[in-house]
Design a protein around this ligand. Structure first.
Ligand SMILES: [Fe+2]
Length: 336
């Protein structure tokens, strides 16, 4: 959580940044960073780029990292990134001074196949976790994927639907993006793997998520010697009503400002379980709830940006993610 004056207390709503410098032009994209900023980049990179963490990331991220050829020690230039991305997928990167681009502006750029990266980099006191996406998140979390067609195809879906969507549908579209490209999980090699950039770029989110993978096995919620996705589905079917009650409860906690601290967050959710009479075991026994990527459930989540995520959604494969996103986005995009 940032300690600067723009965000005295994180409430789940990121304060609009005072823009003091003009937006970058197409010609004016490169910044020179201080040695301290390069050092922060290097430490963030090394913090995630560890074999015991990488084994839990999906294969496409690793493929993309090779294609992107990032220097672990230096923040890359925009021209390096575009040199690696544009020839492969047609997308390009633009730097922005805006720390958290609002969805309307974000999707306008998406419609031009432009992915914005902020020029904001977290500070030393946020190495483990920042609720606010910074350039490490944008570059390290998203851009390895953007070197690949399957991801460009997924990102291509959002803007055409968003442009034609009603206000209510736009909220759902934001959730779908949040729980896929930002916080999505996917099954690969019969294991849960991390796909979402928001998890990959935050050591705390990443380790918390991996701990839940292990807990599901240890507590015999999931038998990893059997296909895992059908087991997750059957837990979800049995517990769907309780999951929906939790979502509704989390939202009301959020409205009271009680989802604003990652440190206290889980205790708040545990208190909610107690109030709802839900036992903290089985699929509700860890610090994050895993459920299949179910659009109806995701659409019930009225707010995406908490200081921490109490639940994550899993797709059976990235192809399946594509199909599920299409099922919601395509009919909207096809409207006259
Ligand atoms: Fe992101």
């Amino acid at each position: 959580m940032t300690k600067n004056q723009h965000a005295p207390a994180y409430t789940g709503d990121i304060a609009a940044q005072q823009v003091t410098s003009p937006e970058y032009s197409k010609e004016n994209q490169e910044l020179s960073f201080s040695e301290e900023q390069h050092a922060i980049w290097a430490d963030l990179f090394a913090g995630v780029y560890q074999p015991y963490l990488l084994e839990h990331l999906c294969a496409e991220w690793k493929t993309g990292m090779d294609l992107l050829a990032l220097d672990p020690l230096r923040i890359p230039t925009v021209s390096h990134l575009n040199g690696r991305i544009t020839p492969r997928t047609g997308w390009s990167i633009e730097r922005t001074v805006v720390r958290y681009t609002l969805a309307d502006d974000w999707y306008k750029k998406f419609a031009q196949r432009v992915f914005l990266i902020t020029d904001y980099l977290r500070t030393r006191d946020q190495m483990e976790f920042t609720p606010e996406p910074d350039m490490f998140h944008d570059i390290f979390g998203h851009l390895p994927f953007l070197t690949q067609e399957f991801y460009a195809k997924i990102e291509d879906k959002f803007a055409p639907a968003y442009m034609k969507a009603t206000q209510e549908e736009r909220e759902v579209i934001k959730r779908l993006a949040w729980y896929s490209t930002e916080f999505g999980l996917v099954v690969q090699e019969n294991r849960f793997k991390v796909f979402g950039a928001g998890i990959i770029s935050g050591r705390k989110e990443l380790t918390r998520t991996i701990m839940e993978f292990y807990r599901l096995g240890r507590d015999n919620v999931i038998d990893f010697s059997q296909p895992v996705f059908p087991q997750l589905q059957s837990h979800f079917r049995v517990n769907r009503d309780n999951l929906h009650r939790i979502i509704d409860g989390v939202n009301s906690l959020h409205q009271k400002g009680q989802m604003s601290s990652a440190d206290e967050g889980w205790n708040v959710v545990l208190g909610l379980y107690k109030k709802l009479g839900i036992d903290p075991d089985g699929m509700f026994g860890g610090e994050v709830i895993l459920a299949p990527f179910d659009i109806e459930t995701i659409a019930r989540i009225p707010k995406t940006v908490y200081a921490f995520n109490p639940m994550l959604f899993v797709c059976e494969s990235l192809e399946e993610m594509d199909i599920l996103l299409d099922s919601y986005l395509k009919p909207i995009a096809m409207r006259a």
